[in-house]
Design a protein around this ligand. Structure first.
Ligand code: G6P
Length: 476
């Protein structure tokens, strides 16, 4: 429940992310309501911060253009940042999701460079930096998140040199050879160097960043996991993000979830095997190739439409960006073809849901699914894979996982696939569908141990502890 709140003068920890953990939805009763924001950032950082004792504030966008007062949700003090429609086009649709997102994800679609997009990005980053500077108490810690806000650490250091500043990138960080094409490469790298600690999902991403700063002549090597920029030591290393394990395991055990899962399978026509995909509708997620693999398996008769059903959740995302519009058309064309060729009346073979799905329903899906397909072309981590594993307390179910998702390092016992390789994907799906229970059990047991070993709140503790540690001074 949201309650109004005025800003406290001495907040010790300030989270800065493009989105607040909740966003305003116009749907529902009485003209609208707050719903959880989409994506892995909010689902991991939200609970990790809410569980910490003390006064934490979160600065971000509600999805609205108008200025709003601070308010409180689940003990977190939320400070909305307003963004005009024009700024949304330049900063969010443009520079964040038309330039940086594709560039950092292997250029799955081309990355576009426009000077007016970067100008909008700077303007909005400054607003976030100013809001953080105003909210943070003396010598407080500010933790900035993700690619939308890469200039904020540098701006904040100028405004408030007394602060401890951390930055965490939730998505991949590309090799310098790719990053260097950006006309604003120095500004973006300098922005991140404003932080005392830069966290990444993988050691490769951290090494890419260190290498970049040296190649651009902005920093020098310093030990294995740091660089020196001016007179400051800046750490850059990996903190692979986890999920709120207790929340997912707890919900999986709920009687209500069990009933919902049973009901779901019945509504699907009580198939022998349920396949599941859960993604934002994003071109990095590999949904199109995944559906092509399903189509071929059905066309060839390797999967029997009388015994198999697939559910694909494709949560609406960034739907004003051209590449997302094109992807939606392609995915929906494939869904139509597959259902046209293989469904019977009353029994679609593929259930495609282009809607937000509530937590309880998602848990029921994880419980109902025999095979989970997580096949992104590139993904910083992918928490859906971890959520599925957390939900499988009875050690049943198989996970097909892209080797290009950050999660593949910890979940090496999944069936790992190259998501571009349709034949490889087909073989993995067949293997998952027909996996002997003993093998599934062994794999799931090991994957569960890996997920349990890296809880979201421990992840946050680790990052904040390292951020708080005394920094070495450099004497020149
Ligand atoms: C990914 C990003 C987040 C982002 C989320 C949802 O998880 O790392 O920064 O918030 O996707 O995308 P959206 O554009 O709706 O915020």
């Amino acid at each position: 429940d949201a309650a109004p709140r005025t800003q406290g003068p001495a907040t010790r920890l300030v989270i800065v992310a493009n989105r607040l953990p909740v966003r305003w939805s116009d749907e529902g009763e009485e003209g609208g309501r707050w719903i959880p924001s989409p994506g892995g950032l909010v689902s991991a950082v939200g609970p990790a911060i809410a569980q910490r004792p003390g006064d934490a504030a979160w600065i971000g966008w509600t999805g609205a253009a108008t200025e709003e007062e601070p308010f409180e949700v689940d003990g977190l003090h939320l400070h909305p940042v307003a963004m005009s429609d024009d700024e949304k086009v330049l900063f969010y649709d443009g520079m964040s999701n038309g330039t940086l997102w594709p560039l950092y994800h292997d250029k799955v679609v081309p990355s576009e460079f426009h000077r007016h997009w970067f100008d909008g990005y700077k303007r909005v980053n400054r607003r976030y930096a100013e809001a953080a500077a105003a909210a943070a108490g003396p010598e407080a810690t500010v933790w900035v998140h993700d690619y939308q806000l890469q200039l904020v650490p540098g701006m904040l250091r100028e405004l408030r040199p007394d602060l401890r500043i951390g930055f965490f990138l939730h998505i991949p960080f590309p090799p310098p050879e790719v990053f260097q094409a950006l006309p604003w490469r120095e500004q973006l790298a300098q922005g991140m160097l404003g932080a005392d600690l830069n966290g990444f999902q993988t050691p490769e991403a951290a090494a890419n960043f260190r290498r970049l700063t040296m190649r651009l002549g902005l920093a020098e090597a310093h030990g294995d996991e740091s660089v020196v920029a001016g007179d400051r030591v800046v750490r850059a290393c990996a903190y692979p993000i986890g999920i709120d394990v207790a929340r997912y395991e707890g919900a999986a055990h709920d009687r209500e979830t069990t009933e919902r899962a049973r009901d779901l399978r019945a509504r699907l026509g009580a198939p022998h095997t349920v396949l599941l995909g859960v993604d934002r509708l994003d071109y990095t997620k590999g949904i199109d190739v995944r559906l092509r693999a399903l189509k071929e398996l059905l066309d060839e008769g390797s999967l029997n439409p009388a015994t198999v059903t697939m559910v694909q959740i494709a949560q609406p995302s960034r739907d004003d960006v051209e590449a997302y519009i094109t992807l939606r058309e392609e995915v929906e064309r494939l869904v139509g073809q597959i259902n046209g060729d293989h469904s019977r009346v009353g029994f679609p073979i593929l259930h495609y849901i282009h809607q937000d799905v509530e937590f309880e329903e998602l848990m029921a899906m994880y419980r109902a699914a025999d095979v989970m397909l997580v096949t992104p072309f590139r993904d910083g981590m992918n928490l859906v894979a971890k959520e599925y594993v957390a939900a499988r307390y009875d050690l049943t179910g198989s996970l097909v996982l892209s080797e290009f998702a950050g999660a593949a390092t910890e979940l090496a016992d999944a069936l790992l696939v190259n998501p571009y390789d349709v034949d490889g994907l087909k073989a993995a799906i067949v293997r998952a569908v027909s996996m002997p229970p003993a093998e599934a059990r062994e794999r799931m047991e090991r994957m569960r141990a890996a997920v349990e070993a890296n809880d979201a709140s421990e992840w946050a503790d680790r990052f904040l502890r390292d951020l708080a540690a005394d920094r070495e001074r450099v004497t020149t």
